[in-house]
Design a protein around this ligand. Structure first.
Ligand SMILES: N=CN[C@@H](CCC(=O)O)C(=O)O
Ligand SMILES: [Zn+2]
Length: 419
């Protein structure tokens, strides 16, 4: 049965109509479990950037004829999915850390590199030295690549400034790159990403709370506040203090929790009402229950585990209990992954998520991790008409194919933005 918001109404003369039709499969959105509603020989019509109708091609075209459309896409033999939502990236950076990739292959650990003043702190040096123009250009290059791989909404964190001036410059660069790009960019302030070299952690927490956060609130660009709650970085009390202060300034909390050790990040996420808790490589049953009971969306990052050669997060434990799991690239100099399709492959092979669970993880569940309740991540009537056409006969191919990019066309708000 066709789902329509405006059953009786053809488009008015000045409406902008886009019709994508004859798809072998079209992913409408999540079902009542952890799978997907998929329609066959399907179409959707978008009016003025929002989905107006979705269902069997014949029925959609009866109300929204191709002749009336400004844009038509024949998806015969192809698959249509909601645009991908990447809810965790550190996509704004400068410099190169490929040598650390080699060092890790030779046995150095992520934590040792950071404790020695490398890792995040090297990227901080490079970002402080980069011009504003370079920062915007770097992010724009990555947004282009993400868009080509089907991402239409992406969260981008600061956290390579670690001082007020550079954190604000990062937010400004995120804002400017997003303004001029079809991808929706969601800015997160993460002054508490690491402790600057030579600084006492409590003193730095004080600076984040009393100097950085007020300045960030004044600038009024950031939507979320995030903290790296981790052994050797910020402990649970410090993380809670920062996230509570962020909330006072109107920033919704997020947290990096249990990546290398479970030090209480899931409890912090629950008590501060975080939108998401991310990584979760060392989360146990109790931690999972804490998150689920508090309504915190778990975000797992299989690219990070893959790149570190670490054990994957236990996504199945959430899913088997009937809960959402969102997926993200965690794109950063330690995890050079911009493709959500590749993330879906890793989620399937590494964490035994079905390809449909993985697609839900990169669409509707990822939208929940960003607090988006406007239908983002679905193709239901009323949703933003953000869509991906895969040059493949069914949705499983997104995870199944990992050699080349299967995305052939991307639409943002009903407009073709990559083809
Ligand atoms: N683990 C903390 N932050 C990032 C890595 C950032 C970096 O190494 O530059 C992450 O989420 O994986
Ligand atoms: Zn991260």
């Amino acid at each position: 049965m066709r789902e329509s918001k405006r059953d009786e109404s053809p488009t008015a003369a000045n409406d902008t109509l886009t019709v994508v039709h004859s798809a072998a499969e079209l992913v409408v959105g999540p079902d009542d479990d952890t799978g997907l509603v998929v329609s066959e020989d399907a179409a959707f019509a978008a009016v003025d950037g929002r989905v107006a109708a979705v269902g069997p091609t014949e029925e959609v075209l009866a109300d929204y004829p191709l002749d009336d459309a400004e844009t038509t896409i024949d998806a015969t033999g192809k698959t249509v999915l909601p645009g991908f939502v990447d809810p965790h990236t550190h996509a704004l950076f400068a410099g190169d850390r490929s040598d650390e990739f080699v060092a890790k292959l030779q046995g150095a650990t992520y934590e040792e590199i950071l404790a020695d003043g490398g890792g995040i702190l090297r990227t901080v040096d490079a970002v402080r030295e980069a011009s504003d123009g370079e920062l915007v250009a770097n992010l724009t290059t990555h947004l282009d690549e993400m868009l080509a791989h089907g991402t239409t909404t992406v969260e981008v964190k600061t956290g390579y400034g670690l001082d007020t001036e550079t954190e604000l410059r990062m937010l400004d660069a995120i804002d400017r790159a997003g303004e001029n790009h079809p991808v929706d960019v969601v800015p997160t302030f993460m002054g508490a990403h690491a402790v600057p070299r030579g600084m006492d952690t409590d003193d730095y927490v004080e600076e984040v709370v009393t100097e950085q956060l007020p300045a960030v609130a004044e600038q009024d660009i950031a939507e979320f506040c995030d903290v790296f709650c981790e052994r050797g970085v910020f402990d649970a009390d410090q993380s809670r203090r920062i996230l509570e202060a962020g909330r006072e300034f109107g920033l919704t909390p997020k947290i990096h929790a249990d990546e290398f050790a479970a030090i209480g990040g899931t409890d912090v996420a629950a008590t501060v009402g975080a939108a998401s808790a991310d990584h979760l490589l060392h989360t146990d049953d109790e931690g999972r229950e804490t998150l689920v009971e508090a309504g915190v969306t778990p975000v797992v990052l299989p690219g990070t585990a893959f790149g570190l050669g670490a054990a994957y997060a236990d996504a199945r434990a959430f899913l088997d209990a009937g809960h959402e799991v969102a997926l993200a690239t965690d794109f950063n100099p330690n995890c050079f992954a911009r493709s959500m399709g590749f993330v879906a492959t890793l989620a399937s092979v590494g964490m035994r998520m079905t390809p449909h669970e993985a697609i839900r993880g990169i669409t509707s569940a990822a939208a929940s991790a960003l607090g988006r309740a406007d239908g983002t991540g679905t193709l239901r009537p009323g949703s933003p008409a953000d869509a991906v056409v895969l040059d493949a006969p069914n949705a499983t191919h997104l995870a199944y194919r990992f050699d080349t990019n299967p995305v052939s066309t991307v639409l943002k708000s009903g407009v073709v933005v990559d083809a």
